[in-house]
Ligand binder design. Structure first.
Ligand SMILES: Nc1ncnc2c1ncn2[C@@H]1O[C@H](COP(=O)(O)OP(=O)(O)OP(=O)(O)O)[C@@H](O)[C@H]1O
Length: 301
């Protein structure tokens, strides 16, 4: 049984906003599933249904085999949730916050273990309201981890964290996944999605525009070679068959499925002209190029 099964999910808000227009995906045990998307794509509207905060307008959602709203009392203790706005009381210290949460759980991890995992030993006596944004995020994570969750829902878990803390969170997530935890991750950081996700979906305007492993999603998107337009552009006959060349703002852009071969052709063309190519870049197809291309499409409108 998958940790999360979303089938034909729709969410329509009062006023008729169709935030989610029929999406399906699963998150397996011991898997990180990344949910990416453009602003307003419907990620939070989807996560709210998975965490039992809202009901679907149509379609079904199962979490650990249960309905997350009807069976909330079964599902919630087995799920760790880190939402964008943590809502721990500001006047409690870090230690008090963790003890309070631990007291509500039937099989809590020792708080000292969790504190060490998230690196908050030096802030145990600080009040939550006195913490920096990144430190608060760590407390949110610590709370989510206390219950040994089978499913961890992370909504933008590293927003506001510095590069070192972000990597620490990534290491932590990988450690939990190795232990068998399933993770549903939303993020705007494509590097984070690349680093952590086993599979991912890119949402755009309430639909899933692409889904699969990173290689699946990147496949079919083209690599780019670019340089300053002042150096001129080659004719189609100078390039590899199938390549396209455009002038994009101040750059010449060659799009290709065969980056190395095309780069050789471009360099041979430049040599023949005795031309320098200022700002020359060869950019392999990546999650970022795929994301930008999908975000620019209007088909899903
Ligand atoms: N309570 C609400 N009432 C009406 N419309 C809403 C409500 N909440 C969200 N929406 C709309 O639903 C759409 C999807 O919003 P949602 O917050 O799910 O997107 P998102 O992918 O999480 O976006 P972002 O990346 O910007 O956080 C948006 O057009 C948003 O304006």
């Amino acid at each position: 049984m998958d940790a999360v099964e979303v089938r034909d999910l729709q969410r329509t808000y009062s006023g008729g906003v169709r935030a989610v227009r029929g999406i399906s995906f699963t998150v397996g045990r011991g898997e990180v599933f990344g949910l990416l998307g453009t602003n307003g794509a419907g990620k939070t509207s989807t996560v709210d249904v998975v965490t039992g905060l809202a009901r679907p307008s149509a379609g079904t959602v199962r979490v650990l085999g249960h309905d997350p709203v009807r069976d909330r009392r079964l599902v919630r203790p087995r799920t760790g949730v880190v939402l964008q706005s943590g809502n721990l009381p500001g006047d409690l210290t870090v230690a008090e916050s963790l003890q309070m949460w631990s007291g509500t759980l039937t099989r809590s991890r020792p708080t000292a273990e969790v504190v060490e995992v998230v690196g908050l030993q030096h802030k145990l006596d600080a009040t939550v309201k006195s913490l920096s944004g990144g430190e608060r995020r760590r407390v949110d994570l610590a709370v989510a981890l206390l219950g040994r969750p089978e499913l961890l829902v992370l909504d933008e878990p590293t927003t506001g964290l510095d590069a070192q803390s972000r990597r620490a969170v990534w290491g932590l997530v990988r450690h939990l996944v190795d232990e068998g935890t399933a993770v549903l991750l939303t993020t705007h950081h494509l590097e984070e999605a690349e680093e952590l996700s086993d599979r991912l979906a890119i949402m755009h305007r309430g639909l899933v525009a692409a889904e699969g492993t990173i290689s699946d999603v990147v496949a079919g998107h083209r690599s780019e070679i670019r340089w300053a337009a002042s150096a001129g552009r080659p004719a189609a006959a100078d390039l590899d068959p199938g390549d396209t060349v455009t002038v994009d703002g101040r750059h010449v852009v060659v799009r290709t499925d065969h980056l190395q071969r095309s780069l050789s052709r471009v360099l041979a063309w430049a040599d023949a002209q005795d031309a320098a190519l200022p700002g020359l870049q060869a950019v392999p197809a990546s999650l970022e190029t795929a994301f930008l291309e999908l975000a620019a499409t209007e088909e899903a409108a």
